[in-house]
Ligand binder design. Structure first.
Ligand code: KIV
Ligand code: ZN
Length: 516
């Protein structure tokens, strides 16, 4: 960014609000990998989690604070001292740390959710910020449901939060109710109603319930907001948050009109998007702006003709700018370790030592089953190493299927359970169901398959299939992902991946192999 560029701070909440998306649950290894990628992407602030929510969240935030260099690391806390202390303990080791505390300021939230008066809420805000400020220099205060709050009261709370030491005041549209011009005016009015506003950065956090989170955030920028809270692929509560890649590319592409820049390395956008999609199991709709499969595809003949003659006839951005890869044939069965390492480097991954060895072994196994290995296959290979990198109780070993038009499908599955091979067979109407029944005979867990989806990783008949499942047990939902050139094997792997997450959370449910 040039010296005279006006900068917008990018606050990424993929690991906090994003992780609140239904069915998403990342382990600490996966969170760390995403945080490292966000740092490479150049975000200014990473909201790493909500430490009071669980021991797992606390540990993951602490690990990110310790290992991820570059961005400010922050954690969320209600104004309760226990929350703030947990957030502090989790981020204190970071070189640049921030505590983010919040309380709701709309009538509906104060009356029904908090059951507090205005005076009580004001006191909670001030005391929360004061405590956080006694621990760290950088304190963000959010007025939850700010957009539905009464402006004079909101301004009073925010003025006092700044007085108590807040360095950033965040004005969320928590329920995604605003429209762009209206939200811009709202931000302007709130800024004008806060006498000490120059002492804090104004931030916005827009939800996408009406599909306007990005537009509302841009309108806020034009009215004085300097920090924008976003998530990769726009994931988050309900319809999600403003999408990081859309905000960044709008600012970049329309710099002449909007006049602001970010410190984001746009060439890392696609990789970040793929990683978040793979690890969360939330696939990207093909027509998603910037990172969707069709975002740069020209279908109509007139468009194709135009692009061939002059790219800018139909392209306002070029795919290389966001790091989209060409997806051409890159490697095959005879490619060596060095060729793999070089190709991965071109894709932005620098792998060495044990990780490279493991990836090379997986690459060779894949090359035995798939002739042409494309860039997308390599990215999947690397991202897949991150999945299930924690101890696995159940490991897929082998599978044998018999199925056809007029016969009952039979599946025999072999799984390692704590280093012992266990085999079970089952019948059903189709091979996936038969396989899942056989796996259930091994694991004996009271689970229910909630959703199943399959997609091809690349083009071509020999493409790998990626299966994503959501499996419920009681109130909990677990995502599982499996990848293979054989789609029944990919289905089995996905189911087993989800079961491993269940028994990691409830280890007492695992049966010893002799009891199976
Ligand atoms: O949507 C919201 O209001 C939030 C706050 C906690 C910032 O996520
Ligand atoms: Zn939110």
């Amino acid at each position: 960014m040039c010296e005279d560029d006006k900068e917008i701070f990018i606050f990424d909440t993929t690991l906090r609000d994003g992780e609140q998306s239904p069915g998403v649950s990342l382990n600490s290894e996966e969170k760390l990998a995403i945080a490292q990628q966000l740092s490479k992407l150049g975000v200014d602030i990473i909201e790493a989690g909500f430490p009071i929510a669980s021991q797992g969240d606390f540990k993951a935030v602490q690990r990110i604070a310790k290992e991820v260099k570059g961005p400010v690391i922050t954690a969320l806390a209600r104004t309760d001292p226990k929350d703030i202390m947990a957030a502090y303990e989790a981020v204190k080791i970071a070189k640049k740390q921030r505590i983010h505390t919040f309380v709701a300021t709309s009538e509906i939230h104060m009356q029904y959710k908090l059951k507090k008066t205005r005076e009580e809420v004001k006191k909670m805000a001030v005391e929360g910020v004061r405590l956080a400020k006694s621990l760290v220099n950088d304190v963000e205060f959010s007025a939850e449901d700010a957009f539905r709050s009464e402006i004079p009261f909101l301004c009073e709370v925010l003025t006092q939060a700044i007085e108590a030491g807040a360095t950033v005041i965040n004005i969320p549209d928590t329920v995604g109710y605003a429209t762009p011009a209206e939200f811009g005016e709202f931000i302007k009015a709130v800024r004008e109603g806060i006498p000490n506003i120059s002492k804090a950065v104004v931030s916005v956090h827009c939800h996408n319930d009406l599909g306007m989170a990005v537009a509302n955030s841009l309108s806020a920028i034009l009215n004085g907001a300097r920090q924008i809270e976003v998530a990769v692929n726009g994931i988050g509560e309900r319809a999600g948050n403003a999408s990081l890649e859309e905000i960044v590319m709008a600012l970049y592409t329309r710099k002449g009109y909007l006049g602001y820049a970010t410190g984001i390395n746009t060439r890392e956008l696609y990789r970040s998007s793929r990683m978040v999609s793979t690890l969360t199991g939330m696939s990207i709709q093909p027509n998603k702006a910037i990172v969707g499969k069709n975002a740069f595809a020209h279908e109509a003949g007139i468009h194709q003709d135009g692009v061939i003659k002059e790219r800018e006839t139909y392209e306002i951005m070029n795919p290389e700018m966001v790091g989209i890869i060409s997806n051409k044939l890159v490697l095959g069965k005879h490619s060596g370790r060095h060729a793999l390492q070089l190709q991965l480097q071109k894709l932005g991954y620098s792998l060495e030592g044990e990780v490279l060895n493991k990836t090379f072994t997986e690459f060779k196994l894949l090359a035995d089953r798939k002739k042409d290995i494309l860039d997308e296959d390599l990215i999947m290979l690397v991202d897949s190493q991150l999945i299930g990198s924690e101890e696995q109780i159940y490991i897929f070993d082998h599978l044998q299927i018999s199925s056809g038009t007029n016969i009952t499908a039979t599946s025999m599955v072999g799984m390692m359970v704590r280093s012992e091979l266990v085999e079970e067979a089952a019948c059903a109407g189709g091979p996936v169901e038969a396989t899942y029944r056989a796996i259930e005979k091994v694991a004996k867990l009271p689970v229910k398959l909630e959703s199943y989806s399959i997609s091809a990783v690349t083009e071509g008949k020999d493409a790998q299939g990626e299966v994503i499942v959501h499996v419920s047990m009681g109130e909990d939902i677990f995502m599982g992902r499996g990848l293979s050139v054989d789609i029944i094997e990919a289905s089995a792997r996905a189911y087993i991946n989800a079961l491993n997450k269940i028994v990691r959370k409830y280890p007492e449910l695992v049966k010893a192999p002799e009891n199976i």
